[in-house]
Design a protein around this ligand. Structure first.
Ligand code: AMP
Length: 187
């Protein structure tokens, strides 16, 4: 089973993905985590993406598609992937479909964590100082949110037309959102 956790930045995708990894033994594929690891390792890729990420802009499709492709065999061996923060553009979604298809697989479900921008800004305002992420500041966060609304949210019709999209209220407690996701997955 391959699942996409979909939603704006700071919607709780990472937290919920980690819970699913524990409960369902799936592999979390977070392009954000992979890119941060590349930066931390001081690799050429890390140097290339650091500025773009710090500003809150999207890195190129080519880079993130290659990162995902590299990790697909591992996810397949575990019985499935939870895509967290990928795909973020239509080109990424189409590339993912092609990569999975060539491996005899597909996206089974897309769970959208629904949170509104206003509430999200308020919810995370207090966390900027403590997160330690260079892109967790009001300016970069706004760019990240804009990137979501203009480049990523348009993917929703792509998945709903395929009958794969379920919406879950993402504004509750971690436990309440987790329960909503479990319910969606049991459909
Ligand atoms: P995240 O941890 O998912 O919020 O990602 C942090 C940052 O990494 C984003 O703001 C982008 O700069 C970059 N990034 C992560 N995933 C992608 C992706 N699928 N496409 C483009 N950029 C990405």
């Amino acid at each position: 089973m391959n699942l996409i956790l979909f939603g704006p930045p700071a919607a709780g995708k990472g937290t919920q993905a980690k819970r699913l990894v524990d409960s369902r033994k799936m592999v979390q594929l977070s392009t954000g985590d992979m890119l941060r690891a590349a930066i931390a390792s001081g690799s050429e890729l890390g140097k290339k993406v650091a500025g773009v990420m710090e500003r809150g802009e999207l890195v190129t499709d080519e880079i993130v598609i290659a990162l995902i492709e590299e990790r697909l065999p591992e996810a397949e061996a575990a019985g499935g992937a939870i895509f967290d923060g990928f795909p973020r553009t239509l080109a990424q979604a189409q590339a993912l479909d092609i990569m999975l298809k060539s491996r005899g697989s597909q996206i089974d479900q897309v769970v959208r964590l629904k949170v509104d921008d206003e509430a999200l800004m308020q919810r995370i305002a207090g966390r900027f100082a403590e997160s330690g992420r260079p892109d967790d500041n009001p300016e970069s966060f706004k760019v990240r949110l804009d990137a979501y609304n203009t480049q990523t949210a348009p993917l929703l019709p792509y998945y709903s037309e395929q009958g794969k999209l379920t919406e879950v209220d993402g504004m509750g407690s971690i436990e309440a959102v987790a329960a909503g996701i479990d319910k969606a997955l049991a459909r």
